[in-house]
Design a protein around this ligand. Structure first.
Ligand SMILES: NC(=O)c1ccc[n+]([C@@H]2O[C@H](COP(=O)([O-])OP(=O)(O)OC[C@H]3O[C@@H](n4cnc5c(N)ncnc54)[C@H](O)[C@@H]3O)[C@@H](O)[C@H]2O)c1
Ligand SMILES: O=P(O)(O)OC[C@H](O)CO
Length: 334
């Protein structure tokens, strides 16, 4: 039987653990708080993140990473992107040399501008064939309700992607394989930044034309950066690109979207943080995404506007005016 250790007992760690278990994989969730692990084991429910969702009986939780990693085929990482490096310093030495590390995270590391698979490679020493990512339009609460969704499972080694695909394929969760790890990760991280912008537009009541424009030009920004760092441009028209942009920019279940809505309605960043509470990757990753773009001389005006609002104290209205006042250009990618 395939075994997976899932690090993170939040929304997506718990929901993806459920997907793996429903697909017949043996799953152990790894959390930090014993009382939450006990509740998951005793009640088959995660009362803090997914109250009312009945988890598969065989899915267990522990606070002991070594126990979870014993004989694990997959170590699935579902924690905030900015803490990954520190976490792996503890977890990596406990893993078997054959374990495949899987990132479900949608962020870019501050300071280094590294994608999560790059952080994993550096911290674990794992070669590319022992690293995979999962991305796509995957709002955890919908998946926890077993509503249908699709995703991309990417690894440079197609055989590894296919193994992971098998381990998480259920009647409601349809994973497609891809070998473009770079494109899938950037698609996931950048959609959060565009989701913040779309939320601001919604919060300001700007309407659906504005949102359609942000999604489309956001996709152009993501594709431009992706191409500059070696991704396949077609990945961005797929589930990890357009699919996730549409889901995130349109859903009140998206934390990034709702964070933007709060800002658009006039709340401060601190007030929006207090409202949303859970991991909102775009808030930090907008800066690392923009830094990566600057490093590659790629223009990302929407991402720059988001950084202006979230980190530089500009009002959403000011940034909107700046975006609209840019010089006229043709529609192409550049
Ligand atoms: N929620 C979704 O719908 C969804 C879908 C796809 C991808 N993601 C991505 O998955 C990642 C996690 O998101 P989430 O929604 O599960 O977040 P969450 O806020 O629901 O849960 C975060 C989890 O990480 C743990 N955590 C926080 N700080 C930690 C630290 N310093 N060390 C170890 N663990 C820590 C928390 O205890 C919690 O278990 C993010 O990168 C997000 O973009 C989320
Ligand atoms: O709630 P968000 O904004 O982190 O989005 C969740 C998922 O990434 C949607 O695919």
């Amino acid at each position: 039987m395939t075994r997976a250790a899932v690090f993170g007992t939040g929304n997506w760690g718990t929901a993806f653990g459920m997907v793996l278990a429903d697909a017949g994989t043996d799953v152990t969730l790894v959390g930090r708080r014993p009382e939450l692990a006990d509740a998951i084991n005793a009640r088959h429910e995660n009362p803090d993140y997914l109250p009312g969702v009945a988890l598969p009986e065989g899915m267990r939780a522990t606070t002991d990473p070594a126990e979870a990693l014993r004989d694990a085929d997959f170590a699935v990482l579902v924690i905030p992107s900015q803490t990954l490096r520190a976490n792996l310093a503890e977890w990596a030495p406990l893993a078997d040399s054959r374990t495949v590390w899987v990132s479900l995270m949608k962020g870019v590391e501050l300071g280094t501008c590294m994608r999560m698979s790059e952080v994993i490679a550096e911290c674990t020493g794992a070669e590319a064939k022992r690293i995979a990512v999962v991305s796509g339009p995957n709002l955890a609460r919908e998946i926890a309700a077993r509503k249908p969704a699709a995703a991309v499972v990417a690894s440079e080694d197609i055989a590894v992607a296919e193994e992971l695909q098998k381990a998480c394929h259920t009647q409601y969760f349809r994973p497609y394989t891809n070998t473009d790890v770079v494109g899938c990760e950037l698609g996931g991280a950048i959609k959060n930044v565009i989701g913040l912008a779309a939320g601001m537009a919604d919060g300001m009541g700007l309407g659906d034309n504005a949102k359609g424009t942000l999604i489309t030009r956001g996709l152009a920004e993501a594709t431009r950066l992706g191409v500059a760092v070696g991704a396949d441009p077609y990945t961005f028209s797929g589930l990890a690109g357009l699919g996730d942009l549409v889901a995130t920019c349109g859903s009140s279940l998206s934390r990034n979207h709702m964070f933007g809505v709060h800002l658009g309605r006039g709340l401060t960043v601190d007030q929006a943080t207090a409202e949303v509470r859970q991991t909102t990757e775009g808030v930090k990753s907008c800066r690392s995404v923009l830094a990566l773009a600057e490093r590659h001389d790629v223009d990302m005006p929407i991402a720059r506007a988001v950084v202006g609002v979230v980190h530089e104290g500009h009002a959403p209205k000011e940034m909107l005016a700046a975006l609209m006042a840019r010089s006229a250009k043709s529609e192409g990618l550049y």
